[in-house]
Design a protein around this ligand. Structure first.
Ligand SMILES: CC(C)(COP(=O)(O)OP(=O)(O)OC[C@H]1O[C@@H](n2cnc3c(N)ncnc32)[C@H](O)[C@@H]1OP(=O)(O)O)[C@@H](O)C(=O)NCCC(=O)NCCS
Length: 165
């Protein structure tokens, strides 16, 4: 039977599944931990990928300012990796940013090559605004963190034109 895969905004019903997806990666210090309360408070930022009616991936788009947003909490379940779902989630965040008229997107990551394949480029972490680090200072790895900052400029006009058809 063909697999049914869908990318969609998360709903409150999805939060338990999203939390379960994030936990092992947060424990392994690959992403920042997020409480269920925090996920509910930022529900409108979240996208999920559903495959055969199970949540197998998630990502969030967090807006910092007039023209800057971050992709965070990007996780695909280990059993469904390398099927294009991570790419689908990043593209979904890009579409969300374009609809919000935000063209500057960044991520802090250990999977730099994954983002490079999607058109991101490495930037100096110091070039990110100060407020980005207000979340990171709560991480126990803050002092020794060696995540890479990656950045992409989105073409909002192209996106909106293509989206209209
Ligand atoms: C990173 C992650 C989201 C990728 O998800 P995915 O669904 O496997 O990614 P895709 O299938 O869309 O990958 C597209 C391409 O990106 C590259 N890629 C995928 N995972 C990669 C990784 N871990 N490192 C480097 N390149 C990677 C590959 O070239 C891949 O193509 P291929 O499968 O044909 O080789 C997933 O591995 C994951 O959840 N990792 C743990 C959490 C994490 O690191 N999140 C990122 C936080 S910023």
């Amino acid at each position: 039977m063909p697999e049914l895969t869908a990318l969609r905004p998360a709903t409150a019903v999805d939060i338990d599944a999203v939390s379960t997806l994030l936990q092992p990666e947060a424990k392994g210090d690959v992403i920042l931990p997020r409480s269920r309360d925090d996920l509910f408070e930022h529900l409108s930022e979240l996208l999920v990928v559903e495959r055969n009616h199970h949540i197998v991936g998630c990502a969030a788009l967090h807006v910092y300012s007039r023209n800057l947003a971050e992709i965070r909490s990007l996780v695909v379940a280990p059993s469904t990796r390398h099927l294009g779902l991570g790419r689908m989630l990043v593209k979904g965040c890009e579409a969300m940013a374009c609809r919000l008229a935000i063209s500057q997107l960044f991520a802090l990551t250990y999977v730099t090559d994954f983002f490079l394949q999607l058109g991101f480029a490495v930037i100096p972490r110091e070039s990110l605004p100060h407020k980005v680090w207000t979340v990171c200072i709560h991480c126990h790895n803050f002092a020794s963190c060696n995540e890479t900052a990656v950045h992409k400029t989105l073409n909002i006009k192209d996106y909106l034109q293509n989206d209209a058809h």
